[in-house]
Design a protein around this ligand. Structure first.
Ligand SMILES: Cc1cc2nc3c(=O)[nH]c(=O)nc-3n(C[C@H](O)[C@H](O)[C@H](O)COP(=O)(O)O)c2cc1C
Length: 199
């Protein structure tokens, strides 16, 4: 069920065909970020959640460069790599550049699963953000070449995605194209299209 409260904050609970954990049902990619400061303890809980994700050979290839409104100069640098379609995220008090290490540390061999494992850690962050009463948005829409330079990414590492985290604000602050979208229900392919039971 979709629901709005009096502050125009939007809750989007997935219409699931089978029961799932409420955090998974409630997580969604909101865009209306409040500029309100996020408590450091909440940020650390979110990063801690990423830390406990599973990974191939327990390599834990994820790395996070975290920019907050404690250092506006650095945060502005992070904002500058976002594409125009992601301008909404420039209000967020936290931007994160999520990176992976491409090789296994013990053998130096290429880790085919490095992006897979980053995704698992990011989803942990997403769920913990909602658990902390915050919203989060993952963004592939950023200038990779610029980001590599601005964030000084060393060889052997690759940028996966930019992440915005913060409190939710009224969807009325969003530009028109996103304001309407904010009220759309979340949609998914039917289970029969993604899972095949070999019985
Ligand atoms: C890897 C990845 C990249 C994404 N890039 C963007 C982006 O650049 N801009 C944006 O507005 N949303 C982006 N999204 C959000 C997706 O559009 C969103 O997750 C999808 O529509 C499903 O909606 P939901 O997360 O609310 O369930 C991205 C999501 C993922 C996982």
């Amino acid at each position: 069920m979709n629901g709005k409260n009096n502050n125009d904050l939007i809750t989007k609970i997935a219409h699931t065909d089978f029961p799932i954990h409420k955090l998974i049902a409630r997580r969604w990619s909101a865009r209306a970020f409040s500029t309100k400061k996020v408590e450091k303890l909440k940020l650390f809980s979110i990063l801690e959640a990423a830390r406990w994700a599973p990974s191939s050979r327990n390599e834990q290839p994820w790395r996070y460069i975290v920019f907050t409104d404690d250092n506006l100069e650095r945060l502005d640098k992070a904002r500058s790599v976002l594409l125009e379609i992601n301008n909404y995220a420039k209000r967020a008090p936290i931007l994160i550049c999520a990176i992976t290490k491409k090789t296994y540390s013990d053998t130096g061999i290429y880790n085919k699963l490095h992006f897979h494992d980053l995704g698992a850690a990011n989803e942990n962050m997403f769920l913990e953000s909602f658990n902390q009463g915050l919203i989060m948005h993952e963004m592939g829409g950023f200038d990779r070449d610029k980001a590599k330079k601005v964030f000084n990414i060393p060889d052997g590492y690759e940028i996966g995605i930019m992440i915005a985290i913060g409190y939710q604000d009224s969807h009325k602050i969003l530009p028109e194209r996103y304001r309407e979208k904010a009220n759309f229900p979340r949609e998914r392919k039917p289970l029969s299209e993604i899972a095949f039971l070999e019985e």
